[in-house]
Write a protein that binds this ligand. Structure first.
Ligand code: HEC
Length: 407
């Protein structure tokens, strides 16, 4: 009894340490710095066969969206079959890409994989003894959750064996690498926040901005959030250290992009590129020394409207506006101020370059001094392209956003 137990233990040990027909231990997929099957079987890539690989019905990978991967080995003289594969970042093969899930009993995860890595290999049944011509294996692969991961390479080693139950030069080893790009994020529609504020100023306090996003659909989507300075140039913001970021939203998922209060007060605008079914809003937070912080909420504005109206109350309050050209050509924006009786009390025109944004207290414009002490409406209309407008009103320490009606 005792002898048999020891023998089984040894057999189990050799099975794990040596590649064989029960599956091959990890790190034999041909990743740079790792091995392949030719250490024991035939010299790699000298046979008549060929390896093909595909992600079923996909030409690119979609963040977080599981896909079936199918590997096929064609070899005219093989009668027994085996393989091992793994997925890595193309730019950095030492980095695992996504994860595998076994979906039938022809494949398994290879033993002895280093922590954080997965290799898929054949099972004994998956050597398909006696099958000729070709053999295929399938496994489910879940890609990285962020398209920013970049291209993914599948490292593959296959063995078209002669079925004699030995590792010998009659077996033909093939290595292959197949690479896939992330799918281009669905651009959907572009919406904007005409105001972005972060950082500190001795007179205007400490500002930060958050952008909340929610995917109302049952499929994962990617949203791109871009930041621009007041002149319309891409703006690298703190917290992201870049002028844009991609947000992967799973089915019914919610995400947030935070631009914290770091550095001097900086203003600009935010562009959100996402499918129409992604909803959200922006939050501005202002903290003045010794005063409770306050927040204002702003919904996303359309990037195609050519007009807007803002109802204002400049009696006890100061009305400020942010006017953004969200388009790609210069626009002229005409602003008319009407008093409570609909009579015009001021007008001026703003010329804005693409993505340029102006913000100011309305009464500070020389043509608009009459709004002070009045209630009424500010009507904006643009020619040459779209315009996005946001109002803010201040009463000493308090502020809130005023939502425009767009057209
Ligand atoms: C360290 C040595 C070693 C490595 C590396 C190795 N094998 Fe093997 N392999 C064996 C041995 C020993 C046998 C025979 C015993 C058995 O069938 O279990 C074998 C048998 C096989 C067989 C059956 C061969 C036949 O002709 O019947 C297949 C298929 C196979 N290995 C696939 C692979 C694949 C695929 C790889 C690489 C991903 C691999 N092996 C790497 C040692 C190795």
């Amino acid at each position: 009894m005792r002898t048999i137990a020891v023998f089984l233990l040894l057999a189990g040990f050799t099975g794990a340490a040596w590649g064989n027909s029960n599956g091959v231990p990890a790190q034999l997929s041909g990743v740079p710095g790792e091995g392949n099957c030719s250490a024991c079987h035939g010299t790699a890539n000298t046979g008549q066969g060929s390896v093909s690989f595909l992600l079923v019905s996909a030409t690119a990978w979609t963040p977080g969206q599981p896909v079936k991967a199918r590997l096929t080995l064609n070899d005219p003289s093989a009668t027994r079959w085996g393989f091992q594969l793994t997925a890595r970042a193309t730019q950095d093969p030492a980095r695992m890409a996504g994860s595998f899930r076994i979906i039938n009993n022809y494949t398994q995860l290879a033993a002895n994989a280093p922590p954080g890595f997965q290799y898929v290999t054949h099972t004994l049944a998956g050597t398909f003894p006696g099958v000729t011509g070709s053999a295929s294996w399938e496994v489910e692969w879940t890609p990285p959750s962020d398209a920013g991961f970049g291209a993914v390479s599948f490292y593959i080693t296959c063995n078209g064996a002669n079925g004699n139950g030995q590792a010998d030069s009659g077996d033909r080893v093939y290595t292959a690498i197949f690479s896939y790009q992330p799918s281009a994020p669905s651009l959907g529609v572009t919406r904007v926040l005409p105001q972005l504020a972060f950082g500190s100023s001795s007179t205007q306090g400490n500002w930060s901005t958050s952008v909340y996003l929610h995917n109302t659909t049952p499929s994962p989507v990617v949203a791109t959030v871009r930041f621009f300075d007041a002149d319309g140039s891409p703006l690298a913001v703190p917290g992201i250290d870049d002028s844009s970021t991609q947000v992967s939203l799973g089915a019914l998922g919610t995400g947030v992009v935070e631009v914290p209060n770091i550095g001097p007060l900086t203003q600009g605008s935010v562009f959100i590129e996402a499918p129409q079914d992604v909803i959200g809003y922006g939050i501005f937070r202002q903290a003045l020394q010794g005063v409770n912080p306050q927040e204002g909420v702003v919904p996303f504005s359309s990037s195609t409207a050519t007009g807007a109206a803002i109802v204002f109350d400049d009696t006890d309050f100061v009305t400020a506006i942010a006017v953004l050209n969200p388009g790609s050509s210069a626009v002229a924006v005409t602003v008319h101020a009407l008093d409570a009786n609909g009579a015009e009390i001021g007008t001026f025109t703003l010329n804005l370059n693409p993505r340029q944004r102006e913000a100011f207290a309305v009464r500070d414009r020389p043509e608009m001094t009459m709004v002070q002490g009045q209630r009424g409406v500010l009507k904006f209309s643009s020619s040459g392209g779209p315009v996005s407008v946001l109002g803010l009103r201040f009463n000493q320490l308090a502020f809130t956003s005023i939502l425009p009606a767009e057209r």
